[in-house]
Design a protein around this ligand. Sequence first.
Ligand code: E4P
Length: 215
Amino acid sequence: MKFFIDTANLAQIKEAQEMGVLDGVTTNPSLMAKEGIKGQDNILKHYVDICNLVTGDVSAEVISTDFEGMVREGEALAELHPQIVVKIPMIKDGIRAIKYFTEKGIKTNCTLVFSAGQALLAAKAGATYMSPFIGRLDDVSTDGLRLIEDIRLIYDNYGFETQILAASVRHPMHIIECARIGADVATCPLSAITALLKHPLTDSGLAQFLADAKK
Ligand code: E4P
């Protein structure tokens, strides 16, 4: 399973990259705003800065909601850097835009997916990635991981190549369960990735080894 980091924070992206386990980055307008990135030129520059920090795919989201606007924005984003993946919302014009970009050989990430039907449409349009938001489903008492299971089954039934990119990941068990189910990618906050490191027996075992090494 690929690990993407879900942030626009350059320090956190660098930290994950230096661990050697990072396969890409996802951003969204909220994450960019959280870093105080304002104005079109600064936003575009920030995407390039992220691409220069990592080796994998970097999702950059369009903010238009009509087909022509998404195409215009997406083409400009794709021209920024070869690692850019155009992130497009799961709406009718978004599906049309995904189909358009797929035919042009531009990678896409269909975002804001909350149902198996939406996931099926994204795959039919040829999305490179499709992002079900599991944490936000859990927040409204709906099983986000069950949705990943359903989509895995549907995609495998028909051999769809669209990658399941589990998003809105909140904690390490989300990552572990996504890996068990067979999600292709999990995009996670840095805290969820580093939480995978933790085990009290590792801590106590290491303390014992270091103490014994002094003897
Ligand atoms: C990723 O592509 C999504 O934008 C992100 O995972 C949403 O996460 P949130 O529900 O924590 O905002």
